[in-house]
Design a protein. Structure first.
Length: 168
């Protein structure tokens, strides 16, 4: 898409504003994750902006998960729920379903394909994720990390809720 994907127009607003609106009623606290060069663009939404470590920012979405886990840990939380900025139609009960899932390092949704970034992550993963990112050369594939953890997949038939917007 070019530029900051989160700010791409979507139904009269932006992708990130649509996700914020969808998640606001579900979460007790919210924050946005950003690469260092995008943080200022996201500050206008009035939520804390968690900036990825400069050394990890180019390692893919798991650098953002790492940043969110560190934030959750500092707040005394056991888990964090993540949602990508390019899925504006996520289920209105996403957080409740993730939090109700059985104990696991990661709980995420699976439709016809897996959606590991629509997930509940245990803060206990932080040291292992940091080590994996430190050893990543050029990035760390999400599924490569996820497959090494204790995982619960939450089946759902609602493929449309997890539609990833990659072009407008």
């Amino acid at each position: 898409m070019g530029g900051t994907k989160a700010l791409a127009p979507w139904n009269g607003t932006t992708l990130i504003a649509a996700v914020i609106d969808r998640m606001a009623a579900q979460a007790s606290a919210m924050a946005l994750n950003a690469r260092p060069d995008q943080a200022q663009d996201l500050a206008r939404f009035g939520l804390p902006v968690l900036v990825d470590d400069e050394d990890l920012a180019d390692l893919g979405p798991l650098s953002g998960v790492r940043t969110a886990l560190a934030w959750a840990q500092a707040r005394g939380n056991d888990h964090v729920v993540t949602a990508p900025c390019d899925m504006p139609d996520l289920p209105k009960d996403m957080v409740a379903r993730l939090m109700a899932a059985d104990a696991a390092d990661i709980a995420y949704f699976a439709t016809m394909r897996d959606h590991p970034l629509c997930a509940r992550w245990s803060v206990s993963l932080l040291p292992g994720l940091e080590a994996a990112l430190a050893g990543a050369d050029g990035g760390l594939a999400v599924m490569r990390f996820v497959e090494r953890q204790t995982v619960i997949k939450l089946p759902t038939e609602d493929d449309a809720a997890f539609a990833n917007i990659n072009s407008l």
